[in-house]
Design a protein around this ligand. Structure first.
Ligand SMILES: Nc1ncnc2c1ncn2[C@@H]1O[C@H](COP(=O)(O)OP(=O)(O)O)[C@@H](O)[C@H]1O
Ligand SMILES: [Mg+2]
Length: 288
């Protein structure tokens, strides 16, 4: 088998597969584990990020006594976006949960802007560290109107006036939401509801945004709108975004940096564009 070259990366040993080959879930898992045996070093992650703002170091975390992440590290700069991809069950959501304070942390540290936030509670994360988690199951309040749902984003931070101003900006931009601002959120379609959830981040005005599978279950036109809002959040508002995306192609096209997570460990990291062009990533995660 060829291709153990860590940075040369042209793996040819898998050979016979062509784009019509359908790999089983087990095969993807097995091959992905092989890649994970050469985990990127922290120095490389630092170079990739440039100027680190949020960092995770050798994190061991999970649920109850079960350890899901086994020494995971991450670096992202302010205003940068990073997308986690990888097989189902790899621990991608667990990374976001850990940053936000939903997991049991058994070792390692998480810091933002040089401040250790490993032990802050989820409530403190938003208030003190400016971290927001969106798409945490279904976070829309169905009986409240669309505008009240947006304002909620500000109440969470105790800034109702700023929240109303930010909500008006959202309505100026997204007529689809503006038309329904006085209606209860439960009249929204699935796609509109997702827009509402994501645009609430504009109102919450956090430093760091954790976004779990923003495109899941959406029709293409809504997927584009969701990525448009994320783009606004990053490029106009200067937010730092860490996201998980099952649609690896969309996620890597969007993000500055991509990480491939396998079995609770970092298998590969690179610029989004470089991972998109990486044949191994293509074969395992981009469907061909
Ligand atoms: N709340 C939870 N309690 C216990 N185990 C969980 C919980 N959430 C996820 N897990 C387990 O953690 C592992 C990683 O899950 P997850 O981070 O959701 O993976 P991914 O997002 O990559 O699909 C899986 O084995 C999953 O069953
Ligand atoms: Mg997940």
């Amino acid at each position: 088998m060829a291709g153990e070259g860590k940075d040369g990366k042209r793996i040819s040993g898998y050979g016979l597969g062509d784009i019509s080959t359908v790999m089983s879930v087990e095969d993807v898992q097995k091959e992905a584990e092989k890649i994970a045996s050469e985990s990127p070093k922290v120095g490389y992650l630092e170079d990739l990020a440039g100027d680190t703002f949020l960092s995770i170091d050798t994190l061991r975390a999970g649920y109850g006594r079960m350890e899901i992440l086994h020494g995971f590290s991450l670096r992202v700069a302010k205003g940068q976006s990073l997308c986690l991809i990888g097989p189902n069950g790899a621990g991608k959501s667990t990374v976001l949960h850990s940053i936000f304070g939903f997991t049991n942390i058994m070792g390692g540290t998480i810091s933002v802007g040089g401040k250790d936030i490993t032990k802050l509670s989820a409530n403190e994360k938003l208030r003190d560290a400016g971290i927001a988690y969106i798409l945490q199951d279904n976070s829309v309040f169905p009986q409240m109107t669309v505008e009240e749902n947006l304002w909620m984003g500000g109440f969470l931070k105790g800034r109702p006036v700023e929240a109303r101003e930010a909500a008006e900006k959202v309505f100026d931009k997204y007529s689809r939401l503006a038309e329904r601002r006085k209606q209860p959120a439960n009249v929204l379609s699935g796609g509109e509801r997702r827009l509402l959830e994501i645009s609430r981040a504009l109102v919450m005005n956090p430093e760091v945004l954790l976004v779990d599978e923003p495109s899941i279950g959406l029709e293409p036109r809504f997927i584009d709108m969701v990525f448009e809002i994320l783009d606004d959040l990053q490029r106009v508002e200067g937010k730092t975004i860490i996201m998980v995306e099952q649609n690896a192609k969309k996620g890597l096209e969007f993000a500055d940096i991509g990480y491939v997570l396998v079995s609770g460990q970092l298998a590969k990291a690179g610029k989004g564009d470089d991972l998109l062009a990486d044949p191994e990533v293509g074969r395992l995660f981009l469907g061909g």
